[in-house]
Design a protein around this ligand. Structure first.
Ligand SMILES: O=C(O)C1=N[C@H](C(=O)O)C[C@H](O)C1
Length: 296
C-alpha cells in the first residue's frame, strides 16, 4: 500500500486526568468519514511522552476496536534507546497495524552513523513498515538526505515524515526521492508546496480542523488542478500558524473542544491549556461552518 494523502496524527483526549475514550471513539468515527488516508496515534500530537506503557497498550486496543478496520494505522513508536524502540515495535506487531512512525533519536544526539544504525536495527528487527520522522527542532539532530537514501534501501522503511526545517533539504529530497519511498510533510505550512513538488502528502496536526479541505487540496493537486487547490489552501492558511503559536496540541485541543468534538481541552503536564490571547485569535478564525457541520 503506497503511503500518500492526508494522515491524521490523532490527539489523545483527556478528562479528569484519564484518557477520555468516549471522545476518542467520537473522534475516530468523525475523521473516518473525511477522506483521510489513515490514523497515526501516539505522535507528538498524541502526547506520547506522557502516556504510560499500560495506557499505550490500552489505547492501541481501543484504536483497533473503534477503527473497525476502516483506516490503515501507523503507531508512533520512537525513542532514543534503540533496544527499547525495538521492544515496543515488536509489541506493536500483535495489533496488525500497517506500521510505525519512528522519530529520530533525541537528546543523546547520535551522528549520522548512529542514526543509520538505529533505523537499520529497527528495520531488521520488525516486520512493520517504518516511517522515519525527522524533526531537528525537537530532537536536536538532523537526518541528512544521504542517510535517508541509505535507509530507503530497507524494504520496510517506506517513507519520511519531513519536518527538517530546511527548505533546500526538503526540495532536494522531493526532487530526488528514493524509489518506492514516500515523502510526507510534517511541517503543516509546507503541505501545498510539498504536493506541488511531487510529495506524497502530509502527516499534519492541523488537519484535525477543516479536514475535508486538506483532502480536497491533495486530490486537486493530484488531478492537476493546482489553481483550485491554491484557492482552498488560502482558506486554510490563516488558522495553521495559530495552531503552533503555543505547544502542539494545546491549540488543537482548544479548537476541538470549541467544536464539540471532545469533552475537554485537557492536556498533561508539562503541556498546559492555551492563553486567553491565543483563544481570542483562534475564535476569530475558526469557521462557524466547521462547527455547524461537526455539531450536526
Ligand atoms: O504529532 C505529529 O505527528 C506532528 N507533530 C508536529 C509537531 O508537533 O512538531 C506537527 C505535525 O503537524 C504533526
Amino acid at each position: 500500500m503506497s503511503l500518500n494523502g492526508v494522515w491524521l496524527p490523532i490527539i489523545t483526549p483527556f478528562k479528569e486526568g484519564k484518557i477520555d475514550y468516549k471522545s476518542y471513539e467520537k473522534l475516530i468515527n468523525h475523521y473516518t468519514g473525511t477522506g483521510i488516508s489513515g490514523l497515526i496515534p501516539f505522535g507528538t500530537t498524541g502526547e506520547i511522552p506522557t502516556l504510560s506503557e499500560y495506557e499505550f497498550e490500552e489505547m492501541m486496543d481501543k484504536t483497533i476496536e473503534y477503527n473497525k478496520g476502516r483506516l490503515p494505522i501507523y503507531a508512533g513508536v520512537g525513542g532514543n534507546c534503540t533496544a527499547n524502540v525495538v521492544k515496543r515495535a515488536k509489541m506493536a506487531e500483535k495489533y496488525k497495524i500497517e506500521g510505525i512512525l519512528s522519530v529520530c533519536p533525541y537528546y543523546n544526539k547520535p551522528n549520522q552513523n548512529g542514526i543509520y544504525s538505529h533505523f537499520k536495527n529497527l528495520a531488521e528487527e520488525t516486520s512493520l513498515n517504518i516511517i522515519i520522522y525527522n524533526i531537528p527542532y525537537r530532537t536536536g539532530v538532523n537526518v541528512t538526505n544521504d542517510t535517508i537514501h541509505k535507509l530507503a534501501e530497507f524494504k520496510n522503511i517506506v517513507g519520511l515524515k519531513d519536518s527538517c526545517g530546511d527548505i533546500k533539504q526538503t526540495m532536494n529530497l522531493l526532487l530526488n526521492t528514493p524509489e518506492n519511498f514516500s515523502v510526507l510533510t510534517g511541517e503543516d505550512l509546507l503541505f501545498y508546496l510539498t504536493l506541488t513538488l511531487g510529495g506524497s502528502g502530509g502527516i499534519m496536526a492541523s488537519a484535525h480542523i477543516n479536514t475535508e479541505k486538506f483532502v480536497k487540496i491533495y486530490k486537486d493537486i493530484k488531478e492537476n488542478n493546482a489553481e483550485e487547490a491554491l484557492a482552498t489552501w488560502k482558506e486554510l492558511y490563516p488558522l495553521i500558524p495559530l495552531l503552533f503559536e503555543e505547544p502542539n496540541p494545546a491549540p488543537i485541543k482548544y479548537c476541538l473542544n470549541s467544536l464539540g468534538l471532545v469533552d475537554s481541552p485537557e492536556l498533561r503536564l508539562p503541556l498546559t491549556e492555551i492563553s486567553e490571547e491565543l483563544k481570542v485569535k483562534i475564535d476569530k478564525v475558526l469557521t462557524v461552518r466547521e462547527s455547524v457541520k461537526i455539531a450536526g
